[in-house]
Ligand binder design. Structure first.
Ligand code: NAD
Ligand code: TDX
Length: 334
């Protein structure tokens, strides 16, 4: 029986990955180690919390003792745990450096001590920085432009160095922007859908011409599994949905789908160091047999429908800590 340690499994992508793996494989045990920061939410996994193959442990990936006690009993590690929001990293980078770099170091050291069959370090397209034209390939130069992206680049390359130096069987998926159910409502898709549902303004940074390549979260989970199973040790794999949209196009798409007035959109001060465009060449992961199974339109429709039907999930999150952060972050009164 395969035993996996999934870190950050109470967050957005990690929770989808755990659900996906448990539904696909019978002979699997998953331990979810999550600190439960503001972004960690056990309600994301309510449907599987009683599954005997699943164990949740609250803890920090920077905690060497906790990590070692778990790593000695697993075959595979998937590190999803991270501080993940660019805007928060601009305001206060401290926790990004701790979790996204030092936390990776603690996990790698434990892997070196106890041995693992696979170490999957979840990275991001943001490590490349911005590209005006063309597509980034896996061996292109990394030019991260936010403290978030730089800390992720640190974790990504640290994992690689443990492959080169100590032979740790590392693989590194770098995916584009994910969207789907259970995404903390601070990221553009979940924030804008939930704001629109409440007839609140949708704050577009700058001129709205920044481009992101949208990937449905379940397609990402399938790609991560393929990379874990078939990826070559020490290698990076880009994962992109092939759905480039400007933020303005995305915003208007959401408003139209919800039959809401287009004047809910409002232009606000630009993000500092705002990357103009992310775009990935995905030939390498496609050569492993992956392709996205969802169209942008169908996946977005499913996502919007989910937020419409699950107010219980996001209404609580948009009060308390979120409201404080939101008021501080947006100088404009939206
Ligand atoms: P998220 O913010 O929704 O979840 C992060 C999870 O990590 C939370 O459950 C949080 O409690 C946990 N966590 C944070 N610090 C921790 C620590 N020190 N120890 C243990 N747990 C900790 O993030 P997400 O959007 O699900 O992203 C997951 C991973 O995928 C991250 O590594 C992120 O960099 C990467 N990624 C995300 C996207 C995206 O579009 N969301 C795209 C590419 C890559
Ligand atoms: O209110 C907003 N208004 C706005 O115009 C927010 C929250 C965002 N934006 C813009 C900024 C970006 O151009 O929308 C775009 C997407 O922003 P985010 O949802 O914050 O995502 P991004 O910064 O692109 O990073 C995401 O994708 C890569 C994830 O948060 C990262 O964890 C991942 O690595």
């Amino acid at each position: 029986m395969k035993k996996m340690l999934v870190t950050g499994g109470a967050g957005f992508i990690g929770s989808h990955f755990i659900r996906y793996m448990l539904s696909k494989h019978k002979d699997l045990e998953i331990i979810n180690l999550d600190k439960l920061t503001y972004a960690g939410n056990l309600e994301n996994l309510k449907d599987i919390e009683k599954d005997s193959r699943y164990t949740f442990i609250q803890g920090d990936i920077c905690d060497e003792h906790r990590v070692n006690s778990l790593v000695q009993n697993v075959n595979v590690i998937l590190n999803f745990a991270a501080e993940s929001h660019v805007d928060r990293s601009i305001g206060k980078p401290d926790d990004f450096i701790k979790t996204d770099i030092y936390g990776v170091f603690v996990l790698l050291e434990a892997s070196k001590k106890w041995g693992v069959e696979r170490f999957v370090q979840i990275s991001t397209d943001e490590v490349y920085g911005s590209i005006e034209n063309g597509y980034f390939k896996e061996n292109d130069t990394l030019m991260p432009s936010s403290p978030y992206a730089a800390s992720k680049a640190g974790g990504d390359r640290l994992a690689y160095s443990y492959y080169v130096t100590y032979g740790i069987p590392v693989v590194i998926p770098r995916s584009s922007n994910n969207f789907g159910p259970f995404q903390y409502p601070e990221k553009i898709v979940s924030l804008f859908i939930t704001n629109a549902l409440d007839d609140k303004k949708l704050p577009i940074y700058g001129d709205g011409g920044n481009v992101r390549d949208w990937l449905f979260v379940r397609d990402n989970c399938e790609a991560i599994e393929i990379i874990m199973e078939r990826g070559k040790e020490g290698e990076v794999y880009n994962i992109g949905g092939g759905n480039e949209r400007t933020n303005l196009e995305l915003t208007e798409f959401i408003l139209r789908m919800l039959d809401k007035p287009l004047d809910l959109k409002t232009f606000v001060e630009d993000r500092k160091g705002h990357d103009r465009r992310y775009a990935l060449n995905t030939d390498k992961i496609k050569a492993l047999g992956w392709k996205p199974n969802h169209t942008f339109e169908n996946a977005m429709e499913e996502t919007i429908f989910w937020y419409q039907k699950n107010r219980w999930w996001w209404e609580r999150l948009k009060s308390g800590e979120f409201l404080e952060y939101y008021k501080k972050h947006y100088k404009q009164n939206l």
